[in-house]
Design a protein around this ligand. Structure first.
Ligand code: PMP
Length: 427
C-alpha cells in the first residue's frame, strides 16, 4: 500500500495519536459513564481554552463551522436588525449572506483581497451609518482568520468597539481557535465559535462555541419567531448544563466518538498550555514564512501582521503566473497554482487550492494548525514537497534557496510530551 498523503490543508488536519485513539473507541451511548465524563470535562476545558469567564456557556453540537455560524446568527439576530460585518474573505462573505437571509440590514465593511479594514475604519463606517439615520447596529460579526485569504484580524479592538457601541461581538474562530490568541474574558467578546477539524485538532463534525452571559440574555430577551429548533441555544442549554453536572441528557443524539475526541484533544492542549499552543503556532508560522520567502513565494495577506499563524495563503511569483496564463500548456506542466497543488500531492503532501475565484490560478493554501505545529519533521516534509513541485513546474528557486528554505525549520522544537517521534497515521 502506498504511503498515506500528509494532510496539510486548512482543515481537516492531521490528528494526534491520542485524539485518534479516543475517536476510534467503540461508540459509547450518550448515557454511558465514560461519555458523560468526557462531555463534562470538555465543557469545562472549553472555557479555559477560550480564556473565557466562568459565567460563559460552552456549546458542543453535531455540525461544523457553518452550523456554528448559523447558530450564532439565529440566536442573536432578528429580521430588521442592523448588523455590522467586517469582511476579509470568503467566510465573512458567507456570514454576511447568512445575516441577510435572517432579514438583517447589513453594514458591510471590507477591504481588497489580502487586506482588512482597520478598527479605525470600522469605527468610521459605524459613525457614517449612524449619521445617515440608519440607526445603530445591534451586533458586529468578524472572522478571526479568513481561510480563503489567510488574513487575521485583531479581535481585541473590535470587541472594544462593540462594547463602546452597545453591540454584541461575534467572532468566527473556525480557522483560529486554539491556534491564534483569543482572550474572550479580557476582551469581553460575546461569541467565539469554531469547528472541530481545525486548530483543535479533531476530525470534522462538531460545531463549538462559548457564549457570554450577555449574549445568552440577548437570546432570552428575543421576541417573535424563535430560532430553528436545532440551532436554538435554549434547546441545548439544559443538555450542556446536565453534562457539566455529570448527568446525561437528551435533545438530539451527540456524535459520541467526537465528544471523546474533543475531551482528549482539549486535554492535550491544556497539558501543553494554551499560551504555549499559541506560541508554537506562531513559531511554526514564522519559520514557514521564511521558508516560503526563500522559495520565491509571496503571502497573499498584504502585511505580515495580517498573516495568520494557522495557514499560509501563497501567491506564485506574479510574472510567472502571467506567463503561465499567456502560454498554457508550455513546458511539461502548466505553472498555475492548481497545477502546483497537483504536483505537491504527487510528492505526498495534500495542500489546498485558492478559494477566491479571481485569484485561483495564482495562489494556493497550506494549513499548519493543531498537532503538526509540534512536529517539525512533518513541516519539513511539507516544505520539501512544495520545493520539489515548484521545481517540477519550472518555478524552482534553485538548490541553495531550497536548502535555505529547509534550514528555516531547523530550530523549531518538537513540542509537547504527547508527540512520540514517528507517531501518528502519517507514515
Ligand atoms: N469559517 C471559517 C473561517 C472557515 O475556515 C470555515 C471552513 N473552512 C467555515 C467557517 C465553515 O466551516 P465548515 O466547513 O465546518 O462548515
Amino acid at each position: 500500500m502506498s504511503e498515506r498523503s500528509l494532510l496539510m490543508i486548512p482543515g481537516p488536519v492531521e490528528v494526534s495519536p491520542g485524539v485518534l485513539a479516543a475517536f476510534s473507541a467503540p461508540p459509547p451511548g450518550h448515557t454511558a459513564p465514560p461519555l458523560i465524563a468526557a462531555f463534562g470535562e470538555a465543557l469545562e476545558s472549553m472555557r479555559r481554552v477560550w480564556l473565557a469567564e466562568p459565567s460563559s456557556q460552552p456549546f458542543v453540537v453535531g455540525g461544523g463551522g457553518t452550523a456554528a455560524m448559523d447558530m450564532a446568527v439565529a440566536n442573536l439576530v432578528s429580521p430588521g436588525d442592523r448588523v455590522a460585518v467586517v469582511k476579509t474573505g470568503y467566510f465573512s462573505d458567507r456570514m454576511a449572506e447568512m445575516l441577510r437571509r435572517q432579514g438583517a440590514a447589513t453594514l458591510e465593511i471590507g477591504a481588497e483581497p489580502g487586506g482588512a479594514p482597520s478598527p479605525e475604519e470600522v469605527r468610521e463606517a459605524l459613525a457614517a451609518g449612524s449619521a445617515s439615520g440608519a440607526g445603530p447596529c445591534r451586533a458586529l460579526f468578524a472572522t478571526h482568520v479568513d481561510t480563503s485569504t489567510g488574513v487575521r484580524i485583531d479581535p481585541g479592538p473590535l470587541a472594544r468597539l462593540a462594547r463602546e457601541h452597545g453591540m454584541i461581538a461575534v467572532f468566527d474562530g473556525v480557522c483560529a481557535a486554539a491556534g491564534e490568541r483569543f482572550e474572550m474574558a479580557a476582551w469581553d467578546a460575546d461569541v467565539y465559535l469554531t469547528a472541530s477539524q481545525k486548530a483543535l485538532g479533531l476530525p470534522p463534525g462538531l460545531a463549538l462555541m462559548v457564549v457570554s452571559k450577555r449574549a445568552l440574555a440577548a437570546r432570552a430577551a428575543r421576541r417573535g419567531t424563535p430560532p430553528p429548533m436545532y440551532l436554538d441555544w435554549e434547546a441545548w442549554l439544559p443538555v450542556m448544563r446536565a453534562y457539566e453536572e455529570r448527568r446525561p441528557a437528551y435533545f438530539s443524539t451527540p456524535p459520541t466518538n467526537l465528544v471523546l475526541a474533543l475531551a482528549a484533544g482539549l486535554a492535550e492542549i491544556e497539558s501543553d498550555g494554551v499560551a504555549a499552543r499559541f506560541a508554537s503556532h506562531a513559531r511554526a508560522a514564522a519559520a514557514l514564512r521564511a521558508a516560503w520567502r526563500a522559495l520565491g513565494l509571496r503571502l497573499l495577506p498584504a502585511r505580515d501582521d495580517l498573516a495568520a499563524d494557522t495557514l499560509s495563503a501563497l501567491l506564485l511569483p506574479a510574472a510567472t503566473a502571467e506567463a503561465a496564463a499567456a502560454s498554457p500548456g508550455a513546458g511539461s506542466a502548466r505553472a498555475d497554482a492548481p497545477a502546483v497543488v497537483a504536483r505537491i500531492a504527487e510528492h505526498g503532501v495534500t495542500v489546498a487550492t485558492g478559494l477566491l475565484p479571481d485569484l485561483r490560478s495564482r495562489y494556493f493554501r497550506v494549513g499548519h494548525m493543531g498537532w503538526v505545529v509540534g512536529r517539525p519533521d512533518l513541516l519539513r516534509r511539507t516544505v520539501a514537497a512544495v520545493a520539489s513541485a515548484l521545481r517540477d513546474c519550472g518555478l524552482g528557486a534553485g538548490e541553495q534557496a531550497e536548502r535555505q528554505a529547509l534550514a528555516a525549520l531547523d530550530r523549531l522544537p518538537a513540542s509537547g510530551t504527547h508527540y512520540p517521534a514517528g507517531a501518528g497515521a502519517v507514515g
